[in-house]
Design a protein around this ligand. Structure first.
Ligand code: ATP
Ligand code: MG
Length: 445
């Protein structure tokens, strides 16, 4: 009667434990996602059996002692690995992060009571049915994230839940229940006690969620807690006919307008106008932010470094912020130059950003910019499909060739190749060996 299709490995685990007299359920995210008709990412199991009892039930199976202290062992089945956790309550939280201790309990309801949100606090066993003591099903139906029990306590125990509330709401397009929302706002600053790696994971999921616009708009206090550099953008009137939103609201719309799945693009959009407040000038036409990509890049670098993004993402985001406002002419020459400068992945990202950015401008001011992105994208596709030359590695001549013309090894060789590449990109010479050697000889002379 419920759409909960338990995979074979997990149902074998439930049966095996059940036959030994131990209650066991699939629990948490897999139940929530199944009831939303989504495919669960993983199937967690909880049981009345202690970790030792679980281990002896699965004698002969591979067992990984994942987190014995917290009651978790991983059982390896043919179709995958399953975390099996003993019903537990959490002890005191003295650091807003993790319980000082956990205590094993016999009642599933006590275990569900320690979980963060009602939609995550449901458990299911095919013969015992759905256990939903906190109204998870009705919150799912209403599209609502609300805390299990007292919201204040929950966020004080583990402040990451502030970000998790936003993340789940964004991913499922839900709203946060009034009482929970009020406590989220009140406890946002507790996020300062949380490891940034955990915040990073939740932030990325939030940005990629279909409901991210409402969350970014309504919880700017949470976002500026983790990225204080955005604070000057909040409420900043752009005083410009192309802009109907404040800087921060424009950013939120731009993030939301990009509906792809690339996290780098999402993060770059979140930071793309972060340099604007300090570049503001006014004239008779209103407000301007000339050159804001340059300080924007500097600030973005600090943000992504502090949030511990990997080094490639850090570099890519900084470059995208720097160039997000650059003009790209829709001509093959100009596009080849851009391909040379940033590479194809980043150029496609820049086009996605331009589109998302344009759509977040005043209605009526968008279409020509969006059309231009479509046009440029076609040119990029065409350059790549026809394998046109836009980088040194495509050049039909290399350093050895230049050296064999009598140029001593060193910087000059590189400079000659670079100049030849520019001429090929600009169609002043064909990318053909003979022609390039001829050009090189002229240069050497
Ligand atoms: P997903 O796997 O889609 O990110 P999930 O709900 O499965 O979402 P997990 O982090 O895998 O999230 O956690 C599994 C379950 O453990 C959750 O559904 C929830 O019941 C509980 N849980 C996880 N993190 C917390 C937390 N910080 N506070 C309270 N309960 C939590
Ligand atoms: Mg999970």
């Amino acid at each position: 009667m419920y759409n909960i299709k338990i995979p074979l490995g997990a149902s074998t685990i439930l049966d095996t434990l059940g036959k030994q007299g131990f209650e066991a359920y699939v629990v948490g995210g897999c139940v929530r996602d199944s009831l939303l008709w989504l495919t669960p990412k993983d199937w967690d199991i909880c049981t009345a059996a202690t970790p030792q009892e679980v281990e002896s039930c699965f004698d002969g199976y591979r067992i990984i002692e994942t987190g014995l202290k917290h009651g978790t062992v991983t059982v390896v089945m043919d179709d995958g690995q399953y975390e099996v956790t003993t019903f537990r309550t959490d002890g005191v939280y003295s650091d807003n992060r993790r319980p000082d201790s956990v205590e094993f309990v016999k009642d599933i309801r006590e275990d569900l009571a320690r979980r963060d949100f009602t939609v995550n606090a449901m458990a299911y066993n095919p013969s015992l049915g759905l256990v939903d003591p906190f109204g998870g099903q009705s919150d799912l139906a209403a599209g609502r994230i609300s805390c299990v029990g007292n919201a204040d306590d929950r966020f004080n125990e583990d402040a990451l839940r502030v970000m998790r509330a936003l993340r789940f709401a964004s991913v499922y397009g839900f709203t946060i229940a009034d009482e929970t929302a009020e406590v989220v706002h009140r406890n946002a600053s507790l996020l300062n006690n949380i490891a940034v790696e955990r915040i990073n994971t939740e932030l990325c999921k939030l940005l990629c969620g279909k409901g991210c616009l409402d969350l970014l708009l309504n919880y700017s206090d949470v976002i500026t807690t983790i990225i204080p550099e955005l604070t000057p953008c909040v409420g900043f009137d752009q005083n410009n006919r192309y802009h109907q939103y404040t800087i921060y609201d424009h950013i939120a719309h731009a993030v939301s307008n990009y509906t792809g799945v690339d996290v780098t693009t999402k993060v770059a959009l979140l930071l793309h106008d972060i340099g604007k407040p300090q570049c503001y000038t006014e004239d008779e036409n209103g407000g301007h932010f000339y050159g804001h990509g340059i300080p924007g890049k500097e600030i973005a670098e600090q943000v992504v470094d502090r949030l511990r993004f990997d080094s490639v993402t850090q570099k890519d985001v900084a470059e995208l912020v720097l160039f997000h406002d650059s003009l790209i002419e829709p001509t093959p020459k100009a596009v080849r130059r851009w391909l040379n400068k940033v590479g194809e992945t980043q150029l496609y990202r820049l086009l996605d950003m331009h589109t998302a950015d344009a759509l977040a401008h005043t209605a009526g001011m968008q279409q020509s910019r969006v059309d231009k992105c479509v046009e440029i994208r076609k040119i990029v596709d065409d350059i790549l499909a026809s394998e046109q030359c836009f980088s040194l590695k495509h050049l039909d001549i290399n350093g050895k060739d230049i050296i064999s013309l009598g140029v001593p090894e060193g910087k000059v060789v590189g400079a000659i190749l670079q100049e030849l590449l520019c001429q090929v990109i600009d169609e002043q010479v064909a990318n053909e060996r003979e022609a390039l050697i001829q050009k090189a000889k002229e240069m050497i002379k």
